[in-house]
Each structure stands twice: as structure tokens, then as C-alpha cells.
Design a protein around this ligand. Structure first.
Ligand code: UDP
Length: 315
């Protein structure tokens, strides 16, 4: 297929673009490089440097869009909501209009666990209430609602994948945010000597060791789900799938595994809770397993950390 990957110079988008090329698809990456890196665009992809609002120039003859381009920092979304609404919702609506103009009726959308907010139960299923607690989650949920309406009224075929905590690396493709807020890369920065210690945001949560529990999924497993989703997109339908490992690991467990993998002592300093962090976030991925036959292949935390570490030591 001829595919447009928005945000394909970013962490997850570049891994998906690489897997699509390996599977024989023809890929154009559209990215404004506001947070992405041009050298992350996989070999073999055509690259267009542009904002998603200008996606029309790259849509001729395209069969489907995989849409990753977005602002994705929770804290920043609280401080600068306009940026998130304009980019994540406004930009996506412009993309959907351009898709209609160019007769492109298939999209796989990068959604998030942040659409659920503070969960009432665990693991979270797709039918659970969506009550985002920050503008980031709210903008992604708004896009999900638009996709449902466009599927019903305009015949769009859409699949939203709601990611939990994506980590690890795929070959040379790795996480490298200018502002790094995520746990695993921050812990590994201690092992590489870029940071003195890692902060543990709270040890008084109602969990066995008092630290927050998250569902870490390997980026290669996550990316593979996009290829399955692409095959499953059906005009007139919008499907939503959670994507996680189904197993939670605590912040303390993550730090311990990083110590084992890197052989570095990784000093940890206990700090305050980070506002807005739920104690436990774990996905039920039963729906995508059942309907699309997806299964995590590198589910062990050790493998996820080892791949992230391997990519860092190769850089
Ligand atoms: N966390 C931490 N120290 C850090 C970064 C994150 O203790 O330097 C904790 C954070 O409070 C959360 C978990 O690690 O409980 C995962 O955070 P991350 O930002 O990686 O992902 P999120 O779950 O917020 O999407």
C-alpha cells in the first residue's frame, strides 16, 4: 500500500514506518521536526517536512494514513492548553478534511491511555469510562470522538490504538525527547552518566512497594499492532483497541531491572508525588488479541530495558 505516516520522525512513528517499509509498503513520512529528528526517518521513506495542517501535499494516491504527529507532554498540556487543542485536535481535523478531499478513507490513529484518566478498575477495558485529567488526554479523546462520527457519517474507516507505557527500542530507533519525562529513559540516563540520580515520584501509593505501577509495552510489539490495525481498517467503522502488556511493573521494579541490565548502581532519590499520576495503570489488551490476533512477543521488562539500553550504547 501507499501510506502516509505523520510524525514518522518521532519515536513510535519511526518504528512503525520502518516496519511498514520492511513489510513492503511505500511510505511517505510527514513531520514538521518540532520534536522529531530527520535522521530517524527510515531509509526508503520519502520525507516531507510540513505541519499536519499541510498534509494535503502528500496525500495524492495514498491508500491510508497512520497518524502519530502530536504534542504529547502531559505537564506542558496543562500549562499550554491552546497548543494542544490547536495541534492535536485542530491539526487532526484539518488532516481528516484533506483526506476527504483526496479520497483517502482509512486512518490508524495514535491514541492514549490518558483518555481514561483515573481508572475505576484494573485492567482497563475499552468500554471503561473516559475521563481524561489533562488537556493531552482530552484532545486525544476528542479526536477519537470525531473519528467515530466521521466513520458513521462519512464512511471513514478508522482504528484508534490507545497506548499505555511505550518503551524499548527497535534497532537504531529509540526514544530521544529533548525534554525527557519518561521513567525508563531517565533511569538509563543515570547509567550513561547524563544524570546523577533518578527521582522516584512518590513511595506512598497504595501498591505493594508504594511506587506507581504502569504497563510497559515494547515499541516493536506496539508497532506490529499498527500493521494489523491497518489490515483491519474497515470503511464506515471506528474501532478502539488498548495496547499494553497486561502486566504492571512498579517504578521500583523498573529501577531494579535497569540496575541489573546496565550493571550500574543507579542512585535513586525519593521525591514528591507527581501531580495527576494514578497509582496503577494497566491495560486489558484482550480485545486486540481476540479480534486482530495481536500478542506481545517481547513482554518481559528485562527485554524492554535491554533493547533500550542496547540502542543507547550503539548511538
Ligand atoms: N516516574 C518517576 N521518575 C521519573 C519519571 C517517572 O518516578 O523520573 C514515575 C511516574 O510518576 C509514573 C511512572 O514513573 O508513576 C511512569 O511515568 P512516565 O512519565 O514514564 O509515564 P506515564 O505513566 O506518566 O505516561
Amino acid at each position: 500500500m501507499r501510506l502516509l505516516v505523520t510524525g514518522g520522525a518521532g519515536y513510535i512513528g519511526s518504528v512503525v514506518a520502518a516496519q511498514l517499509i520492511e513489510a513492503g509498503h511505500e511510505v511517505t513520512v510527514l513531520d514538521d521536526l518540532s520534536t522529531g529528528h530527520e535522521d530517524a526517518v527510515p531509509e526508503g521513506a520519502r520525507f516531507v517536512r510540513a505541519d499536519i495542517a499541510e498534509a494535503g501535499q502528500a496525500l495524492d494516491g495514498v491508500d491510508a494514513v497512520l497518524h502519530f504527529a502530536a504534542k504529547s507532554l502531559v505537564g506542558e498540556s496543562v500549562q499550554q492548553p491552546e497548543r494542544y487543542w490547536a495541534n492535536n485536535l485542530g491539526g487532526t481535523l484539518a488532516l481528516l478534511d484533506a483526506m476527504r478531499e483526496h479520497d483517502v478513507h482509512r486512518i490508524v490513529f495514535s491514541s492514549t491511555a490518558a483518555t481514561y484518566g483515573e481508572p475505576e478498575r484494573t485492567p482497563i477495558e475499552e468500554t471503561d469510562p473516559t475521563r481524561p485529567t489533562n488537556p493531552y488526554g482530552a484532545t486525544k479523546l476528542a479526536v477519537d470522538s470525531a473519528l467515530t462520527a466521521y466513520a458513521e457519517q462519512r464512511g471513514l474507516g478508522a482504528v484508534s490504538l490507545r497506548y499505555f507505557n511505550v518503551a524499548g527500542a527497535y534497532g537504531r530507533y529509540r526514544e530521544r525527547h529533548a525534554v525527557e519525562t519518561h521513567l525508563i529513559p531517565n533511569v538509563l540516563k543515570v547509567a550513561t552518566g547524563e544524570r546523577e540520580s533518578v527521582s522516584v515520584f512518590g513511595t506512598d501509593y497504595p501498591t505493594p512497594d508504594g511506587t506507581c505501577i504502569r504497563d510497559y509495552i515494547h515499541v516493536a510489539d506496539l508497532a506490529r499492532a499498527h500493521l494489523l490495525a491497518l489490515d483491519a481498517v474497515t470503511p464506515g467503522r471506528h474501532e478502539i483497541y488498548n495496547l499494553g502488556n497486561g502486566t504492571g511493573f512498579s517504578v521500583q521494579e523498573v529501577i531494579d531491572v535497569c540496575r541489573e541490565v546496565t550493571g550500574h548502581e543507579i542512585p535513586a532519590v525519593v521525591g514528591e508525588r507527581r501531580p495527576g499520576d494514578p497509582a496503577v495503570l494497566v491495560a486489558s489488551s484482550a480485545k486486540i488479541q481476540r479480534e486482530l490476533g495481536w500478542k506481545a512477543e517481547r513482554a518481559a521488562l528485562r527485554d524492554i530495558v535491554a533493547d533500550a539500553w542496547g540502542a543507547l550504547s550503539r548511538k
